[in-house]
Write a protein that binds this ligand. Structure first.
Ligand code: AMP
Ligand code: ZN
Ligand code: FE
Ligand code: FE
Length: 284
């Protein structure tokens, strides 16, 4: 059990991308955990937001619509969270179709590489696990586990699918400036996800200059010193400090539970105020 329970958990995945629980199930799990507000932030899709927001209303939880967009910056992949985005915005259908096609092709290429590494895995095995979701590496990992070709998700990433491993295929993602503009265009604010050790003051200043609104300070991958570093950096750069568990469901006895990482209510208010300001016609 975690000792801290936050007002809001602003980073949660569902079956719309690579999470194990449906949007309805994550909202119910959040309610049981005792958090008051949750954001659903699936990889490159807003497909789960309608169902999650309906269920949140039913169980009396505050809901923050979100997305976690993959982006390229200076030759590396970064993740940009969008909060307060309109799921019905005209920017999404086109973007999601592109990402769906790109990620499916990428998953097939991973399967091809796994085959050449001696694993008896077919495209159809991955199709079955992906269903209608936005495909990702965890689906490929699950396919390996379900076919008995590897012992666990952890082993699948360690041996084959983790960053830089032999079956890891880079994404054809969009540039980060375009991603930030797209999130703003959908009425949301743009937040740098789980920066870990990678972002200096210079990087944050540059991102801020290109429209970044916040930085994810509280995240399971951040030890206390990093949380402190980014909390201070956020204050210096005028970025909103956000946080969440990055919950994907409890496979492999995953530790972070909903609400074990997150933020206080004033941060949620700050996000809503800034998103509302972006939506007023006078804003340029
Ligand atoms: P993708 O968007 O297809 O690159 O997949 C990224 C997702 O894979 C992350 O959001 C995690 O859910 C999962 N993931 C990445 N690296 C690992 C790892 N080393 N172990 C377990 N899961 C991982
Ligand atoms: Zn994920
Ligand atoms: Fe991420
Ligand atoms: Fe995530």
């Amino acid at each position: 059990m975690s000792s801290d329970l936050f007002y809001a958990d602003l980073h949660i995945h569902t079956t719309a991308s690579d999470g194990l629980l449906t949007p309805t199930e994550v909202v119910r799990e959040a309610a049981i955990a005792g958090v008051r507000c949750l954001a659903v932030t699936d990889h490159d899709t807003v497909a789960g937001l309608g169902e999650a927001s309906r269920e949140a209303r039913l169980v009396g939880l505050e809901f923050m619509p979100g997305i976690e967009v993959s982006a390229w910056r200076h030759g590396r992949e970064i993740h940009v969270l969008g909060y307060g985005v309109d799921a019905d915005s005209a920017v999404w259908p086109d973007y999601e179709r592109r990402m769906m096609d790109m990620r499916r092709e990428r998953a097939y290429e991973m399967v091809d590489r796994l085959q050449s590494l001696g694993k008896d895995l077919q495209h159809s095995d991955v199709d079955r696990i992906v269903g209608d979701a936005m495909p990702g590496r965890p689906h490929v990992a699950r396919a390996l586990v379900e076919k008995g070709l590897i012992a666990s998700m952890h082993d699948a990433f360690a041996a084959f699918l983790g960053d830089g491993r032999p079956a890891d295929v880079p994404k054809k993602a969009v540039g980060y400036r375009e991603v930030i503009a797209m999130i703003h265009g959908a009425g949301g604010i743009a937040v740098l996800a789980h920066p870990a050790h990678r972002f200096t003051d210079y990087d944050l200043a540059e991102l801020r200059d290109h429209g970044l609104d916040g930085v994810e300070v509280v995240h399971p991958s951040h030890p206390p010193d990093l949380t402190q570093y980014y909390a201070n950096a956020a204050r210096r750069h005028g970025l909103i400090p956000t946080g969440g568990s990055d919950y994907h469901g409890s496979a492999d006895g995953q530790v972070p539970t909903i609400g074990s990482f997150g933020v206080a209510e004033d941060v949620v208010k700050e996000i809503r105020q800034l998103a509302a300001a972006y939506r007023t016609p006078s804003h340029d």
